[in-house]
Design a protein around this ligand. Structure first.
Ligand SMILES: O[C@H]1[C@H](O)[C@@H](O)[C@H](O)[C@@H](O)[C@H]1O
Length: 472
C-alpha cells in the first residue's frame, strides 16, 4: 500500500470522506432500488445494480487521480446499497417458509465471506511493489459482481412479484420451478395452488385497502405509500425493520472492522501485523459464527438467538471496557489483560455473528406484506447504511476521547437490543409471509379480516383447503 500513500497522501478528513461516500451512495441505492424492484422486477433490478457496481469498481481500480476514487466509491456504493436490499427481498420471496430464515442467513454468510476475502486480499497484496498493491484488491470486486449479474439470468422470477403484476400463470410456472414440480404436476398439486392463492389473497387485500386511497399512480401515490409505512397498521413492522439494523450497527461490529487496528492499539497491542491479524480475525470469527445461525434460525427461532447474542455481546463489551479502565496506563506489565480483552472482542464477534449479523438481514424482508415489502426492506436497509455511516463518523471521535467509553457505549446499545428483542419483537420463524399479519396483530383488524375472508372465498382458497382436508 506504500504506493497508494505516497501517490495520494490524504488527510484524515479526506480519508473520512472516502469511507463515507460509499455508505452515502449505498443509502441512496437502498432507498431507490425498491421502486425499480416493483416496476421492472426483482431480478432485472439486481442485474442493473450489478452493472452500476461494476462501473464503480472499474473507476476505482483504474483511478488516475483521487477524484476517480471518490467517484468510483460513490457509484459502487449505489450498487452495493441497491443489492443489499434487492437480494434479501428476492430471497424471502422465493423461499418456502420452513427454511426461509436459513436461506436469508446465507446473505450474511456471503457478506462476511466478502469481508474475509476483501481483508485478506488487501493484506496479501499490500507488499507488492507499485500500484498493483491497491489496484488488484480494488479490481477483484468486479468478479463477484459479474457472477451475480450473470447468475441472475438463469434464476426464476419471484412468483410474488408476478402475482403483484397480475401475471398469475407465469407465477405458477415460476413457483413450480422453485418447488421442483413439472408443469403438469403444478396444475394438480393442491399445496402449490394454495401457496399461489395465498399470494393472490394478500395482493387483493392490499389492493382493496389501497383503492380506498383514491388515485393509483404518480408521485403523490408513491409518497403516500411510503407514508403508509408509518401508519397504524405497519408501524410495528417498520420499527422492527429499522431497529434491527440500528442495533446491528450500534452493536459496534463495524467500529471493530473499520477501526480494529486503532482499538487494538488502545488495548496495548502493537505492531502493524498484530493489529491487522486481530481485525482480520474478526471477519473469520463472523464467518464461522453464521454457520450455526443458518442451521438453527428456523428450528429455535429468531428471538432466542437475538436474546442470547445481545446479552453475550453486552457482557463482552463491558468486560473490555473494565480491562481498559484498569490497565490502560500500564499495558506493558499486564500483557495477559490485553489478550483477555482480545478474547472479549472475539467473544463479542461470535455472539454477534450468530444473532444480529444474520437476523438483521432476515427480519426486514419477512415482516412486510407483499405490496409494502420493497419499501419496508428499502427503509430498513437504509437504516443499516445510515447507522453504518454514523458509526464510521463517530467512532474515531469517541475512541480519541476515551477508549473505555467506546466499549461502554456499545455495551449499553447491546443491552437495549436485549430488552427490545425480549419485549418488542414477535417470533417470525416458520410463519408464512402471508400469515405475518396475524403475528403482528395488524391487518387482523376486524374489518380487514372480514374483507380477507371474502376474498378467500371469491378466489376459491377456502374451497381448496376444505377439499384437501376432506381428501385426508
Ligand atoms: O451484517 C453485516 C456484517 O456483519 C458485516 O460485517 C458488517 O460490515 C455489515 O455492516 C453488516 O450489515
Amino acid at each position: 500500500m506504500e504506493d497508494f500513500v505516497k501517490r495520494w497522501p490524504i488527510t484524515p478528513l479526506q480519508k473520512g470522506i472516502m469511507t463515507a461516500v460509499l455508505e452515502l451512495g449505498a443509502l441512496v441505492g437502498a432507498l431507490f432500488a425498491g421502486y425499480f424492484a416493483d416496476k421492472y422486477s426483482r431480478r432485472y433490478s439486481i442485474i442493473f445494480a450489478c452493472i452500476i457496481f461494476s462501473i464503480g469498481s472499474t473507476f476505482q481500480a483504474l483511478a488516475q487521480n483521487l477524484f476517480h476514487l471518490f467517484l468510483g466509491r460513490a457509484i459502487g456504493g449505489i450498487g452495493v446499497g441497491a443489492l443489499s436490499m434487492l437480494s434479501p427481498l428476492y430471497m424471502a420471496e422465493i423461499s418456502p417458509p420452513e427454511v426461509r430464515g436459513s436461506l436469508l442467513a446465507l446473505e450474511q454468510l456471503s457478506i462476511v465471506l466478502g469481508v474475509v476475502f476483501g481483508f485478506w486480499t488487501g493484506f496479501i497484496t499490500r507488499s507488492i511493489p507499485g500500484p498493483m498493491s491497491w489496484r488488484i484488491p480494488l479490481g477483484v470486486q468486479i468478479i463477484p459482481g459479474i457472477i451475480l449479474g450473470l447468475g441472475c439470468l438463469i434464476l426464476p422470477p419471484s412468483p410474488r412479484w408476478l402475482v403483484l403484476k397480475g401475471r398469475d400463470a407465469d407465477a405458477l410456472k415460476s413457483l413450480a420451478r422453485l418447488r421442483m414440480r413439472t408443469q403438469e404436476e403444478s396444475e394438480s398439486d393442491s399445496l402449490l395452488q394454495i401457496e399461489l392463492l395465498e399470494m393472490k389473497v394478500e395482493t387483493e387485500l392490499i389492493q382493496k385497502t389501497f383503492a380506498m386511497d383514491g388515485d393509483k399512480s404518480g408521485f403523490k401515490t408513491e409518497l403516500r405509500a411510503w407514508g403508509r409505512l408509518f401508519s397504524k397498521e405497519y408501524r410495528d413492522r417498520t420499527l422492527v425493520g429499522v431497529l434491527i439494523m440500528f442495533f446491528q450497527q450500534w452493536s459496534g461490529i463495524n467500529a471493530l472492522l473499520y477501526y480494529g487496528p486503532t482499538l487494538v492499539q488502545s488495548i496495548g497491542l502493537e505492531g502493524d501485523t498484530v493489529s491487522l491479524l486481530v481485525s482480520g480475525g474478526i471477519g473469520i470469527v463472523q464467518f464461522f459464527a453464521v454457520i450455526p445461525a443458518i442451521v438453527y434460525i428456523d428450528k429455535i427461532g429468531r428471538k432466542p438467538l437475538m436474546r442470547l447474542g445481545s446479552s453475550v455481546m453486552s457482557a463482552s463489551h463491558m468486560s473490555i471496557a473494565l480491562l481498559v479502565l484498569l490497565f490502560q496506563d500500564d499495558w506493558a506489565s499486564h500483557r495477559y489483560a490485553a489478550w483477555i480483552a482480545v478474547g472479549g472482542i472475539y467473544t463479542f464477534t461470535a455472539a454477534y455473528g450468530v444473532s444480529f449479523g444474520p437476523i438483521g438481514w432476515v427480519l426486514p424482508s419477512e415482516v412486510f406484506p407483499l405490496s409494502m415489502r420493497s419499501k419496508g426492506v428499502a427503509l430498513s436497509t437504509a437504516s443499516n447504511w445510515a447507522n453504518n455511516f454514523l458509526i464510521g463518523l463517530l467512532t474515531p471521535v469517541i475512541i480519541s476521547k476515551s477508549p473505555s467509553a467506546t466499549f461502554v457505549t456499545f455495551s449499553a446499545a447491546c443491552f437495549l437490543a436485549y430488552l427490545w428483542a425480549t419485549y418488542s419483537v414477535p417470533e417470525t420463524a416458520n410463519v408464512s409471509l402471508e400469515e405475518m399479519d396475524e403475528v403482528f396483530n395488524s391487518a387482523a383488524g376486524k374489518e380487514d379480516s372480514h374483507i380477507k375472508a371474502q376474498i378467500e372465498e371469491d378466489l376459491g382458497l377456502k374451497a381448496l383447503i376444505e377439499d384437501l382436508a376432506n381428501d385426508r
